[in-house]
Design a protein around this ligand. Structure first.
Ligand SMILES: [Zn+2]
Length: 58
């Protein structure tokens, strides 16, 4: 999963100290998607819906 650095969901996980080790950074979105990550449903809602629709087609 990837998302914005200021994502409310990510901040919540960071507060719980569970997210850091899973957190990864990509230069751009395309690379993240290509690597098999999905957009965050919270901060990238539109992208997430788009991703979900694309996935449903395949
Ligand atoms: Zn997010």
């Amino acid at each position: 999963m990837y998302g914005r650095l200021d994502c409310p969901s990510a901040l919540m996980y960071l507060a719980k100290d569970q997210y850091k080790k899973h957190r990864i950074f990509f230069a751009d979105e395309e690379k993240a998607v290509a690597a098999g990550f999905r957009p965050c449903a919270v901060c990238m809602r539109e992208k997430y819906i788009e991703w979900k629709n694309n996935k449903a087609k395949v």
